[in-house]
Design a protein around this ligand. Structure first.
Ligand SMILES: Cc1ncc(C[n+]2csc(CCOP(=O)(O)OP(=O)(O)O)c2C)c(N)n1
Length: 186
């Protein structure tokens, strides 16, 4: 499965939900499908997308929050899973695109390439719903089930280590920040 295909498959479900992504390839891929004011691309703060998503989910229990994470980023901050599990927001779906590499900085292999299982780690941390998806069908089904479940869910989507040819987009960091802040303001 390619991440861009997975994003395209669920894009319609992202349109009216709050979306926080990590930096790099996934941010550029989502923007290539279509940027929206409810999408925030967390630059630089590697590993903290789920923590930012948690904060938003707790502040806005009336909205569903989708976090689009990466294996390398999650591995930088495994404690984020225990904090997610501790607060257990019912309105957060945590997707980890696991390409077994740090694709955005050259493709160095991560620990998932040698067998570390992020869904099992999330489950052991106390995340109530976890799933691993290896095909587009499995991913879309797991994603829709997570949205319908209304329970904190981590979905590990095993994807190929391929991404866009360039990661720089015409959306500035500050522009994204202010636009997103205005979107979130009551
Ligand atoms: C603290 C920190 N260390 C390193 C980086 C550089 N960096 C940016 S993206 C990235 C790789 C992210 O890997 P992953 O989450 O697996 O996503 P992928 O690029 O594979 O889509 C790295 C190491 C950073 N931004 N911040």
């Amino acid at each position: 499965m390619k991440r861009i295909d997975a994003l395209t498959a669920v894009y319609s479900r992202l349109q009216d939900r709050i979306v926080v992504t990590i930096m790099g390839a996934v941010a550029a891929e989502l923007q290539s499908i279509g940027h929206r004011p409810n999408f925030f691309y967390l630059q630089h703060a590697m590993g903290l997308a789920s923590s930012m998503g948690l904060g938003i989910a707790l502040c806005r229990p009336d909205r569903q929050v989708i976090v689009l994470d990466g294996d390398g980023s999650l591995l930088m901050n495994l404690g984020g899973l225990t904090t997610l599990a501790r607060y257990r927001p019912r309105n957060l779906v945590h997707v980890v695109f696991d390409n077994e590499s740090l694709l955005s900085v050259g493709g160095f292999p991560t620990a998932t390439s040698t067998g570390s299982d992020l869904a099992a780690i999330a489950k052991a941390a106390g995340v109530p719903r976890t799933a691993t998806a290896r095909t587009l069908d499995e991913f879309t089904r797991a994603f829709d089930e997570a949205l319908a479940a209304g329970e904190l869910t981590t979905i590990v989507a095993k994807v190929e280590a391929v991404g866009p040819s360039a990661f720089v987009t015409d959306l500035g960091l500050l522009e994204n920040r202010f636009q997103f802040q205005r979107y979130l303001a009551p």
